[in-house]
Design a protein around this ligand. Sequence first.
Ligand code: 5GP
Length: 190
Amino acid sequence: MEELKRTIKEKGKIVGTEIIKVDSFLNHQVDVELMDKIGIEFANKFRDKNITKVITIESSGIAPATMTAFHLKVPLLILKKSTSRILNDNTLQTKVHSFTKNIDYELTVSKEYIKEDDRILFIDDFLANGAAALGAKQLIDMKKAELIGIGIVIEKSFQDGRKKLEDGGLDVYSLARISKIENGEICFKD
Ligand code: 5GP
């Protein structure tokens, strides 16, 4: 998606060797027109897959996931990040490692919001090592629903998330794929 790549190049800030901050248009302030175009792009890609629900993780995936759900005309489900294990009959949890914060959290969802016949599209802002997407898949698997596809706004292709997800048979669609960060410059895959 050319407009997205241009925006990342113009406004993305490189932190260390592997992290990109996109606070001015995605993670803190949100460019809603760009989000709308992102939502249309994901919706068009997965429109014929009979998606019944879009799932994301709080909080940075919410903006692109909202627009995707809006254009697919399905509900959006936001998985919560909890610092503690909640033991009750209504909740499902799985441990996920946060790449950016280098801590573990409990990815949490109320059982009632995932049904066995759901066909789910997972949307997130970044793909790094795939932990967030695989955590979401575990919760989806617990309810025997189906993860149909994964839509990523910014994939860091120099990390191994895509490989892990594809090795698990998952369909990954990324709008911008970063091949490397070199001499302070963000380089994209063709
Ligand atoms: P993964 O679980 O694939 O290792 O990492 C993806 C998650 O970590 C995303 O939900 C995203 O919020 C966060 N993340 C990973 N890499 C970056 C990055 O370079 N920049 C930002 N802003 N978030 C990232």
